[in-house]
Design a binder for this molecule. Structure first.
Ligand code: ADP
Length: 286
């Protein structure tokens, strides 16, 4: 589990003026599929850099499976469990083939070349880039490059995988396929995904939604609760996607026409809501 205990952070010397993360508490458990959203500048990237030990909190503690990231030795030990893919990770490749780049991470942790090959093959297969394995990474398109960097991160077998808009260049179909395969890893291997996205329609695919607003968590719960509450979007300076607006409107109409009351237990409404949403838009789901 990753635990943030009263964590605050600000860039520069004057913490008060530049407070970016404000006294935040959070627990991320194994196997969770979490979407993280927030307005521009709300602190999403800063927050994940703190979780990865790339930045140190001004106050509070961060523990990864009990290891305290403020302790250099414990930070080093926890690194293996933490994976990150930034939006532009693919621009920092240096190998002459995709396969070489994907092998770079595992070769830091393993000496056995068979094990390294197995990890590389698995990651490349999972992400679906077999045809790209012998290509020069510098010749890949943006979307292909993002898939290659996701494969590189997966090949190191992190327990907690952070994705900071790292699939933004993929078309909808490739993204859905990728997410369903990543969700498969979460389920089968008890790994967690923390997925930052600006594509707010994607949140319905996740089990848990975190919303950051001006450095504080203003929502932590089921995506469907957020989707069905336009006032929450407004409060968090986010624009309700037109797809959700249309769906909410349709639900209201159905409810007022008494069509749904026959089927729905009122307590189960948020869950039913999200399932209906997925069905309505025929979204592929794990
Ligand atoms: P988000 O990812 O939600 O857009 P960020 O975590 O990137 O937000 O940024 C949060 C705030 O911190 C913004 O006001 C941003 O300008 C500021 N910030 C981010 N990185 C730096 C930095 N290296 N130096 C100073 N301020 C920064």
């Amino acid at each position: 589990m990753i635990e943030l205990l009263d964590v605050s952070f600000g860039y520069g010397q004057d913490d008060k003026t530049h407070a970016v993360i404000k006294d935040v508490n959070l627990q991320i458990k194994s196997g969770e599929k979490i979407a993280l959203i927030g307005h521009n500048g709300s602190g999403k990237t800063t927050l994940i850099k703190l979780c990865l030990g790339l930045l140190s909190p001004k106050s509070g503690r961060i523990l990864v499976d009990g290891l305290d990231l403020s302790n250099r030795r414990e930070l080093q030990k926890s690194r293996k469990e933490l994976g990150i893919i930034f939006q532009d990770s693919y621009m920092h490749y240096f190998g002459s083939t995709v396969q070489e780049d994907v092998a770079f991470g595992p070769s830091n942790y393993h000496k056995d070349s068979f094990k390294i090959k197995e990890l590389v093959d698995n990651a490349i297969n999972l992400v679906g880039i077999e045809t790209l394995r012998m290509r020069n990474p510098l010749e890949l398109s943006g979307g292909q490059g993002q898939l290659a960097s996701i494969a590189s991160a997966i090949a190191t077998e992190p327990k907690y995988l952070f994705m900071d808009e790292s699939a933004v260049m993929l078309d909808m179909q490739s993204k859905e396929l990728l997410l369903s395969r990543l969700f498969g890893i979460c389920k089968n291997l008890d790994k967690s995904i923390i997925y930052i996205t600006h594509d707010l329609e994607e949140i319905s695919k996740f089990d848990r939604l975190l919303v950051l607003c001006e450095g504080e968590f203003t929502f932590d719960g089921k995506p469907e609760t957020f989707i069905s509450s336009p006032e929450l979007w407004e409060k968090n300076r986010l624009e309700l996607p037109s797809k959700f607006r249309l769906f909410n409107l349709l639900m209201q109409r159905l409810k007022s026409a008494d069509v749904m009351q026959y089927h729905l237990e009122i307590d189960d409404e948020p869950g039913v809501y999200c399932r209906l949403y997925r069905d309505f838009f025929s979204e592929r789901h794990e």
